[in-house]
Write a protein that binds this ligand. Structure first.
Ligand code: ADP
Length: 171
């Protein structure tokens, strides 16, 4: 089945989807940016589940994804993925960022999720060049073959990302 791709400008904590993706850090213990916003809006249950995951499997490696409940968010699940910190190693960082999208989608599919929203992973505090990140995100979403996912929403928080996604998705 082919999934629809949408672009929304705004706050991912307000989006009505089954799963929202969080740009977490490997500690899974919360941070700034979108991570902070999700934990604030979702409430303490999300951190409690993150701590349980950490106790079981240790930290979450870059490019990988884990799932928790979404607490008070409109979503049912938060998929936490750890983006790469941009260090100029284009090949390695690009691969790791692609893994974030792939592994989040795989996890969503294993939960039979139909609708999922992604933030612009790694393009904030982790300084991944926005245009490169947008290309990778769109490419991974377009090529993912899914039996369950019907709609993927890219949620852009800043004008710059929104403009880039708009242009790339028009092509
Ligand atoms: P990272 O550490 O992966 O770079 P950040 O949270 O710093 O994560 O930034 C990732 C992206 O999330 C940035 O483009 C930032 O503008 C965006 N962002 C920040 N807050 C929100 C929010 N509430 N909803 C959606 N996107 C957000």
């Amino acid at each position: 089945m082919k999934h629809k791709i949408e672009l929304v400008k705004g706050d991912i904590t307000k989006i009505q989807v089954e799963a929202v993706v969080n740009a977490a850090n490997s500690s899974l213990l919360g941070g700034g940016g979108v991570d902070g916003a999700i934990h604030r809006a979702g409430g303490p249950i999300i951190l409690e589940e993150c701590i349980q995951i950490r106790n079981k499997q240790g930290k979450c490696n870059t490019g990988e994804a884990v799932v928790t409940t979404a607490g008070n968010l409109p979503a049912n699940y938060v998929i936490h993925t750890v983006g790469p910190v941009w260090n100029g190693d284009e090949e390695k960082c690009s691969k790791l960022l692609a893994n974030c999208y792939k592994n989040s989608l795989k996890l969503a599919e294993s939960l039979q999720i139909k609708t999922i929203a992604f933030p612009n992973i790694s393009t904030g505090i982790y300084r991944f060049p926005k245009n490169r990140a947008a290309k990778i995100a769109i490419q991974e979403i377009q090529k993912f073959q899914s039996e369950t996912i019907e709609k993927v929403i890219f949620v852009c928080f800043d004008d710059e990302n929104e403009e880039m996604y708009k242009k790339l998705l028009e092509k």
